[in-house]
Each structure stands twice: as structure tokens, then as C-alpha cells.
Design a protein around this ligand. Structure first.
Ligand code: NAD
Length: 501
């Protein structure tokens, strides 16, 4: 592990040169190219006059190898408990089912709810198809398919739960609008797939519309993720701030970063209520690790975001302007080096030196940045929330998921015999498509069936009846995997219909 420059060490209480309250930054060098780019980035921050106390922590491969399947030790958690920020190099996630991604663990455990990724083209210095690209992606960071709740339910079928909460949507959408306000951005576009996932993505879109009403000065728009991604790749200049859920945000932010020239240029902030984490968007690049050729820009710019977040906007702008000047001068790491537009190909350390030499100078063709007046983004989720109106919830039915090799007609008959006198079977679907009653023989069926029971007319359902259905199915040898209750909320169905129902 690289040593931490002296300026980052704990100041003595009597030190006259440092302010009274110097933030504590946990430094994780990471794996692969991580130590190389972290050393380079720390040198730039040090020479620019960044003020913080650095505490190194061990995470990643060496910790996995030491027997921590999470990739982080108890000591590192202790450091993070007292730190103001985490500055992190990329981590290699070992292949194998025993290991969880440390990045996801950190984001979820530390409540880092917002992933903010600015992407900006650097034309003509860095070749790109889209010289006008200048967007910020605000990605929800804790929920969605990244809840990491997966099950193999039958021989054929595996499931991953997509969990979306109203507070989670409110918090990320509000952060996007507040970010736009604080940074003088004009428009926020929401990406969802609400035409297909009407409940989960529908909620995200609905919250976007609701919260958007509080920001009339900001233009707002909603787009379906597929056409939105296509437009983003073809006409990125149509976008300003994008807010979206976890998986879509993961994908579109890499597309946007690559459109600027290379993933090596991308930085991200993972914003939490107390501690925030700053990192490059790329991975540990094992293919080039140890060669001293990795582009440290993503991590340097993550450092810029960190300093701005910590109220050291002047130093942040000093670094960013020096970095822009370096790029403008045609001094480029290998991933963005192009004959013609670049002047010199630099390794990791030489590139950091070039940035350091330019500290104090401004770019000539790019617009210089100024972060002194960027107001901290309030986390309004922390304000005392208005009491929620709790909807009237009514149990309306039950979906029983069954593993069976039978055909739909046989399965329906067996289910009806087993549950005779209880609640009627309404429908059976296979992978979401209605196959009973009146299925289409062309529909391909797996061994995984959703069997919907719903009382008709004024008959009502209760929990003991659900237990009784399960008992009868078990007695009849019907192999049910799980049951899911169907609720309505203020009369509105809180469950999807079958495809073709
Ligand atoms: P990667 O981002 O590491 O590499 C993709 C390609 O981009 C490679 O060709 C690489 O050489 C190049 N590249 C990446 N960063 C570069 C840089 N700074 N300078 C020059 N070239 C650069 O993606 P991957 O290969 O899919 O993943 C490698 C490992 O990183 C995996 O274990 C993955 O889980 C992990 N990962 C970690 C993070 C993180 O810690 N935040 C993010 C993504 C991937």
C-alpha cells in the first residue's frame, strides 16, 4: 500500500497552518490500477492545498483473501464510523458465489442513496462523436434490482426482486432537483420503464411528477428508458440532468462516460446522509494494472467532487482548472491519446505531474470552473417529514407460485379439486403470460406457474383462509414455492394483471 503524503497526516493541535476542523477522509487504495491512480490523485490534491486528515483503510482483494467475504474488515468499518468521506480506488470483485460486491455493500450499509456522475465532452482536445455533451446522471443507489435478493425457485426459473420504495424515490428525485438548482442546471429528465413495470417504475415516475411541481423553474421531462438511452447515445446535447433508478443509471452513466472519450475520465459521488464516498466510475482494469499507464483523471475528478462537497470549492476549482488545462494542452494518458488531437502520451505519474505543474492556471478554450459559490445540497429527506396518508389496504386475493411439470389444464383441475369450497382459481400464468383459462398453445411454458385465487362478489378473504389454501395444497401434493398476497390500496390494485388477462 502506498504511503500517505505528510500533508494528509493528523495535524498537531497547535498547528497554525491548518483550520481548526480538518475533515477526516478514509482512503481506500483499492485493487488493480487502484494504488497507482490513488497515489497520483493524492499527490495532486496535496499540491493543490487540500486540507484533510487521511486515514488509510484496507478493502478489496487482500481483505477477501484474509477471509472477509464482504471485502471489508471490522477495523475499516470503525474508521468509516468517524470519517467525513471515503475516497476509494476501484475494487476487484472476486468471481465466485461466496463473495458479495463490496461496492454495493458500502453503498447500502452507509446509506449512500445518490450516485452523481457528471459527464462532459472535452472536444476538440479529446475526440468524441458528441462535442456538446454535458450531462449529470443522478442514479438511485440502494434499491431496485440491487437489493440483491435472488432465489432459484424451480429447476427452470430464477428470480431477482426489484424493490422500489416511495421514500427512496422521493429522496433521489429531490436530490436531482436540488443538484440542478445548486449547479445552475436547467432541466431534469426522468428515465423509467413505467409502460411495462407500472407499479415499481410507475411509482418512480409518479414521484418525479409530484416533486417536480415544487421546482417550477426547472424544465422537466419523462422518457421511457429504451428510447431515452438511444437518444442519449445519438443526441446527448438534449439532456442536462438525468434522474433514474439503480440499474438503468448504472448502464446509462457508463454510456454517457464512454461518449465523452473514455470511462477513464468519469468520476462519481455517492452521497449519504452523513458520510459520502467518492470514486472513479471505472473498475480496477486488471488488464493494465502495474504498467503505470492508467488514466488517473476519474479519481482526480472524484477528488474535485469530494473537496467541493467538503466546502473546499476553491481548491477543487484549482485542481479542475489545472486538469482542464492539461487536457487542453494535449497531454493525454493512453486511453484518450489520439494521433492528431493529442500532443504527448503520458503515464499515470507523468500525467499527475502535468496537472500539478498547471495548478493556478486556467484553461484557455474550455470554460474555467468555479465551485466557490456552489451551495451544499440539502438532504431534505432529513427534514421532519409530513405525516404520511396511509391508504386503506384491502386483501383481495393470493398468487400461489407452483412448481409443476403438468400442462395448464391439468394443473388448474388439480388446484380446483384441492381448494374446492374455498376461493375460486381465477387465472394461471407462466412467466407472466396467461395460460389458463383459454391459453394459447403457442405460449412456451416452464415449470414455474403463478396461480391466482380471488374471491368473487362480496366474498372477502383473510389470512386464515390463505393458510388453509396452503394446507390443502400441501395435502394434495401440489409443490407450491411461495405465496404473494394481493392488496388494493384505496381501491386501486397493488398488483399487476397477467399478460393477456
Ligand atoms: P474496468 O472499468 O476495470 O475496465 C474496462 C476497460 O476500461 C479495460 O479495458 C480497462 O483497461 C479500461 N480502463 C478502465 N479504467 C481505466 C483507466 N483509468 N485508464 C485507462 N483505461 C481504463 O471494467 P471491468 O474490466 O469490467 O472490471 C474489472 C474489475 O473491476 C471487476 O472485478 C469489476 O467487478 C471491478 N469494478 C469495480 C468498480 C468499482 O470499484 N467501483 C467498478 C466497476 C468494475
Amino acid at each position: 500500500m502506498a504511503t500517505i503524503p505528510a500533508v494528509f497526516e493528523q495535524p498537531s493541535p497547535s498547528s497554525p497552518s491548518l483550520p481548526a476542523l480538518v475533515p477526516t477522509i478514509a482512503i481506500a487504495h483499492g485493487d488493480g490500477i487502484g494504488p497507482e491512480i490513488m497515489d497520483a490523485a493524492l499527490r495532486v490534491l496535496e499540491d493543490a492545498g487540500a486540507e484533510f486528515q487521511a486515514v488509510p483503510i484496507s478493502v478489496g482483494e487482500e481483505v477477501y483473501r484474509a477471509g472477509y467475504s464482504s471485502g471489508i474488515s471490522d477495523e475499516a468499518w470503525d474508521v468509516l464510523a468517524d470519517a467525513d468521506a471515503l475516497f476509494k480506488g476501484p475494487i476487484t470483485t472476486p468471481l465466485g458465489s461466496g463473495y458479495k460486491s463490496l461496492n454495493v455493500t458500502l453503498r447500502k450499509t452507509l446509506g449512500l442513496f445518490a450516485n452523481v456522475r457528471p459527464c462532459r465532452s472535452l472536444a476538440p482536445s479529446v475526440s468524441t462523436l458528441h462535442p456538446e455533451l454535458d450531462i449529470v446522471i443522478v442514479r438511485e443507489n440502494e434499491e431496485d434490482l440491487y437489493a440483491g435478493i435472488e432465489h432459484r425457485q424451480t429447476h427452470d426459473v430464477y428470480q431477482c426482486l426489484k424493490l422500489v420504495s416511495r421514500p427512496g424515490c422521493e429522496r433521489i428525485v429531490r436530490h436531482a432537483f436540488e443538484y440542478a438548482k445548486a449547479n445552475g442546471r436547467k432541466k431534469v429528465t426522468c428515465f423509467t420503464k413505467s409502460n411495462i413495470m407500472k407499479l415499481t417504475d410507475g411509482l418512480f415516475q409518479q414521484v418525479f411528477t409530484e416533486i417536480g411541481e415544487e421546482y417550477p423553474e426547472i424544465e422537466q421531462d419523462h422518457m421511457i428508458i429504451d428510447i431515452a438511452s438511444a437518444r442519449l447515445a445519438a443526441r446527448p446535447q438534449d439532456f442536462d440532468v438525468i434522474v433514474t433508478s439503480n440499474l438503468y443509471g448504472d448502464i446509462v452513466s457508463d454510456i454517457a462516460a464512454e461518449l465523452t472519450g473514455s470511462v477513464g475520465l468519469g468520476a462519481s459521488a455517492n452521497i449519504g446522509e452523513r458520510l459520502s464516498m467518492f470514486e472513479a466510475i471505472h473498475g480496477s482494469a486488471p488488464d493494465i494494472a502495474g504498467n503505470g499507464i492508467a488514466n488517473p483523471s476519474g479519481l482526480i475528478l472524484a477528488g474535485v467532487m469530494m473537496l467541493t462537497h467538503l466546502g473546499q470549492g476553491k481548491t477543487a476549482a484549482r485542481i479542475h482548472n489545472a486538469w482542464l488545462r492539461t487536457i487542453e494542452d494535449g497531454l493525454h494518458p493512453g486511453d484518450i491519446y489520439r494521433e492528431g488531437s493529442s500532443k504527448e502520451r503520458l503515464g499515470t505519474e507523468a500525467f499527475a505531474d502535468a496537472v500539478i505543474e498547471r495548478l493556478g492556471s486556467k484553461p484557455q478554450t474550455f470554460t474555467p470552473v468555479d465551485y466557490e459559490d456552489v451551495a451544499p445540497i440539502p438532504d431534505r429527506a432529513q427534514e421532519t417529514p409530513a405525516p404520511r396518508n396511509r391508504a386503506q389496504r384491502k386483501l383481495e386475493g393470493i398468487d400461489v407460485f407452483v412448481m409443476s411439470e403438468a400442462d395448464p389444464e391439468t394443473l388448474a383441475r388439480d388446484l380446483q379439486v384441492a381448494t374446492a369450497g374455498l376461493i375460486p382459481l381465477q387465472m394461471i400464468t407462466n412467466r407472466g403470460v396467461k395460460v389458463w383459462p383459454k391459453g394459447n398453445p403457442a405460449t412456451f411454458c416452464t415449470d414455474h406457474w403463478r396461480c391466482r385465487f380471488q374471491p368473487q362478489g362480496h366474498l372477502s378473504l383473510n389470512k386464515p383462509m390463505i393458510v388453509e389454501i396452503q394446507r390443502r395444497l400441501a395435502a394434495a401434493g401440489i409443490d407450491f414455492i411461495k405465496t404473494e398476497q394481493l392488496y388494493s390500496f384505496d381501491g386501486e390494485a397493488g398488483y399487476s394483471l397477467g399478460q393477456g388477462q
